[in-house]
Design a protein around this ligand. Structure first.
Ligand SMILES: *Cc1c(COP(=O)(O)O)cnc(C)c1O
Ligand SMILES: [Zn+2]
Length: 410
């Protein structure tokens, strides 16, 4: 661990590590539920210390951690595969396409990374209860890590979350509060809960270490790319914390003196849940009026980290696109058929975004591109089955099978 201070991303004030916990004490007072968070804090590491302690030829990744490893829970997260995807690349028109498969995390999504670091922080602070609002994955991740660490998780999710995610939360033994409302309602409710009932709040971007936790995927992409900076990383965005976290990985590496350029971020949102997209393209923030999409993990009316997500895209000279649910569905199928990776809708969104971006000419055929796959397809089987046709059963005899297959060919 390298010494760090928290810096307010809005006013620039800096605070000692234990002087603050959530938002900037100055800017956060103007935050009200229903608007993007004001005064999100960012861990700013001592650059000199980073340069001294990080040696890319013998990398020790712990120097980029904002919690001492002695507090880490015994729950293995990250270290997910980065693999070339030649057939998918051929189909899309990209010669150097790679997939970072974070669906391979133990609870099936990238959210394990943020929950892991939050539980480490709870260990450091001696907190026994962690609270979160979630569309489903952050909740199942928190429930999983808390189970392994012997902590209590209190979880607010929209009651419409996919059943697999609800099953995970319950089986991991968390206290589940299904909310008859949206994710945004659950977010506001969980803040009210921790304010009045206590516990450590893990809401995305509200606690700065969620960004630091998600950052680790960017560090891994760099390491697994042979210590090279990809040209483009495609990231699906809901609250915009993964986007910010990936960017932070590379700005930290730059602060450590290890790299000079940043990957261009391709921000991908669902066409109906597009508040960050419109903020990036117009410079003006407005909520997504009706963020209904089958990609439940990125269905957000008011992205909590809208300001920093926009900044990450702009600073990286990135771009933003939206995709329809139909495009997500066909990207999910194409991905599965050409790579053997079954990704949940919000993860296939990144691939759908690459197809879009390719058609605009923004992507070069030879660009070194990484698509970040954020969650496993088994998280939402119902979505996949809606687009697939399960055949009628066949009698258990070979002639029936022949007739069946002939029928399929006809
Ligand atoms: C949470 C999540 C996202 C979006 O992450 P944000 O930080 O909210 O932008 C994308 N895909 C999956 C599978 C997720 O669970
Ligand atoms: Zn501030």
């Amino acid at each position: 661990m390298t010494p760090f201070r928290y810096t307010c991303t809005l006013c620039g004030r800096s605070y000692a590590r234990d002087e603050v916990r959530y938002l900037c004490p100055e800017c956060g007072t103007s935050y009200r539920p229903g608007m993007p968070l004001h005064g999100v804090l960012e861990a700013t590491f001592d650059a000199e210390a980073l340069r001294r302690s990080f040696d890319p030829s013998q990398p020790s990744w712990e120097v980029f951690s904002a919690v001492e490893p002695e507090y880490y829970p015994a729950y293995p997260v990250g270290g997910t595969p980065l693999s070339p995807a030649a057939l998918l690349g051929q189909a899309i028109g990209l010669d150097r396409l790679f997939l970072k498969n974070d669906g391979a995390n133990p609870s099936g999504s990238l959210k394990d990374r943020a929950s892991f670091l939050m539980v480490a922080e709870a260990n450091r602070l001696g907190e026994s209860t962690i609270v979160t609002a979630s569309t489903g994955n952050a909740a199942s991740a928190l429930a999983a890590v808390c189970a392994a660490a012997g902590k209590k998780a209190v979880i607010f999710v929209p009651s419409t979350a996919p059943r697999a995610k609800l099953a995970q939360i319950l089986l991991y033994g968390a206290t589940l509060v299904p909310v008859a409302g949206t994710y945004d309602d659950a977010f506001a409710l969980s803040l009210a809960y921790t304010t009045h009932e206590g516990g450590l709040n893990r809401n995305t971007a509200y606690h700065p270490l969620t960004i630091e936790g998600k950052k680790t995927v960017g560090l891994e992409i760099f390491a697994q790319s042979g210590m090279k900076v990809p040209d483009v990383i495609a990231v699906s965005a809901g609250d915009g914390v993964i986007l910010h976290g990936v960017h932070k990985a590379f700005t930290d590496l730059r602060a450590a003196g290890s790299i000079h350029s940043l990957p261009r971020l391709l921000c991908v949102q669902a066409a109906t849940s597009d508040a960050i997209h419109r903020y990036v393209t117009t410079g003006v923030y407005a909520d997504a009026a009706n963020p209904v999409t089958a990609a439940d993990s990125i269905s957000v009316r008011t992205p909590s980290n809208a300001h920093m997500a926009r900044r990450a895209v702009v600073e990286s000279k990135g771009m933003s696109v939206t995709v329809t649910d139909d495009e997500i569905r066909s990207a999910q199928a194409l991905l599965a058929r050409t790579t053997g990776i079954f990704a949940e809708p919000a993860a296939a969104t990144a691939v759908a975004g690459l197809i879009r971006a390719q058609s605009t000419g923004w992507l070069g055929r030879g660009d070194h591109v990484v698509a970040l796959l954020t969650g496993h397809g088994l998280k939402d089987v119902d979505f996949a089955l809606k687009g697939a046709h399960v055949p009628e059963p066949v009698a258990p005899d070979l002639d029936a099978v022949r007739a069946f297959l002939a029928g399929k060919r006809a």
